[in-house]
Design a protein around this ligand. Structure first.
Ligand SMILES: Nc1ncnc2c1ncn2[C@@H]1O[C@H](COP(=O)(O)OP(=O)(O)OP(=O)(O)O)[C@@H](O)[C@H]1O
Ligand SMILES: [Mg+2]
Length: 402
């Protein structure tokens, strides 16, 4: 089993997927940015071969792949910008896996909504717009409030809620660099994920996580300590329609084998609405949270699924798992952390990992990375207890910079 894995070292969670591939018996070949010497020891140990290459350059990547002189059985990539490139290479090599057209449906936010809608599923009213006038026309047709966002966006970048024409004009000013926009009806409600490891389009593993608050609010207000909560009980009636929607979306988009990460909304009246989906693993340490929920290794089980169409993880769902991201007050370097010792004294046994930036470390850009200035992961069998601890952490633990 020869696997070409694009971007084996970065983003950091890819290192564990690389490790997982080698653990299930694959010979793993990597192409990524940066010289071999900068790969983490874990990745160096797992790779049978590596070529530095600019993944933004398709032909360079293709040449690098051919230079291994190996017949690949799989080409995989879990980093959003290059999921289509992996599909493209698969077609060049004539091997199994997600075709390019299917990969596009998981990447282009308009195409994805068209396909999901064609399957009779509820998506936000939407339109594709290439010019400012097309955005204005779409907003007029859909009606305020609307969301405008890039067709191929990530991390809520250049995404705006516009309640009226004035807000729309302001959003148009600051998104002039974006080629193509998606204009959508603003869907008010709670926001969840639906994540899977699928085999031939059927989920071998399913997960639902709850965003508190909604990502756009979390990413627009620095004072918020965003939470993502992996829910232990995904069979509860409140989630049933979302899970059913998720399964049908996989069918509508032609999912085969691998990770998916979907977002969906539940309105106050109970209606569920599709948000977006990627044919990749979720970021922001959500894979770690899913692992903490059942004490499994979903890095390795993804690898087993793509290599051997098999899944051996024991999904026990013992815990709800919350991650809480912190943003420091002030600029520059972290100077102190308040309230952490007390929190750990009270709740230590429920803390799965704590990775706040320590004094002396330079602050991260909270607009650029959800990780912000660090995070804690807590877990508890009871949801109310989990949420209470998460809220207490958000309120009582404070980082300062200066
Ligand atoms: N139609 C909508 N109605 C309400 N909120 C929306 C809508 N579209 C986007 N949002 C808000 O903006 C956020 C970012 O949008 P979306 O998930 O489509 O883009 P993204 O940048 O790819 O996201 P991610 O942060 O998952 O990478 C959503 O999580 C949601 O909070
Ligand atoms: Mg999103």
């Amino acid at each position: 089993m020869n696997v070409l894995f694009l971007a084996p070292n970065y983003p950091p969670e890819m290192q564990d997927f690389t490790r997982g591939l080698s653990q299930v018996g694959a010979r793993v070949y990597g192409i990524g940015d940066g010289p071999v010497g900068l790969l983490s020891p874990k990745v160096q140990a797992a790779l049978a071969g590596y070529r530095p290459g600019r993944l933004h350059d398709r032909d360079e990547t293709l040449r690098a792949a051919r230079s291994f002189g190996v017949a690949f059985d799989r080409v995989e990539c879990l980093w959003e910008p290059f999921v289509e490139l992996a599909a493209d290479l698969r077609e060049c090599f004539g091997i199994a896996g997600m075709p390019l057209d299917v990969a596009r449906g998981f990447r282009d936010k308009e195409l994805m909504k068209e396909r999901v809608e064609a399957a009779g599923l509820r998506v936000p009213h939407h339109a594709r717009a290439r010019t400012a006038d097309e955005v204005r026309a779409a907003a007029a047709k859909i009606g305020f409030p609307v969301i405008v966002k890039p067709i191929a966006g990530a991390g809520s970048a250049d995404t705006f809620r516009c309640d009226d024409q004035g807000a729309l004009e302001a959003a148009l000013q600051v998104t002039q660099h974006v080629d193509e926009m998606s204009v959508e009806e603003f869907v008010d409600g709670e926001e969840f994920t639906y994540d899977t490891i699928s085999i031939d389009g059927r989920p071998a593993f399913e997960n639902v996580a709850w965003y508190r608050p909604r990502p756009l609010i979390a990413r627009s207000n620095e004072w918020v300590s965003p939470q993502v909560v992996v829910l232990r009980n995904i069979d509860q009636p409140e989630l049933a329609e979302g899970v059913a929607l998720g399964r049908r979306v996989l069918g509508a988009l032609g999912m085969g084998t691998g990770y998916t990460h979907m977002e969906w909304y539940r309105k106050a009246n109970g209606e569920v609405v599709f948000g977006e989906i990627g044919a990749r693993s979720p970021g922001g340490h959500l894979v770690d949270q899913m692992n903490f929920s059942s004490d499994v290794d979903l890095f390795r089980e993804w690898a087993r699924a793509v290599c051997w169409k098999s899944f051996e993880g024991r999904i026990t769902r013992d815990y709800n798992v919350a991650i809480i991201f912190k943003r420091a007050q002030g600029k520059g370097r972290i100077t102190r952390i308040d309230g952490l010792d007390e929190f750990l004294r009270k709740y230590g046994p429920h803390v799965a990992t704590e990775q706040l930036l320590r004094p002396g470390t330079r602050r991260r850009d909270w607009k650029q990375t959800l990780l912000s200035d660090g995070f804690v992961v807590i877990r508890h069998p009871d949801l109310a207890a989990t949420l209470a601890m998460a809220d207490e952490f958000g309120a009582k633990v404070q980082l300062f910079a200066g």
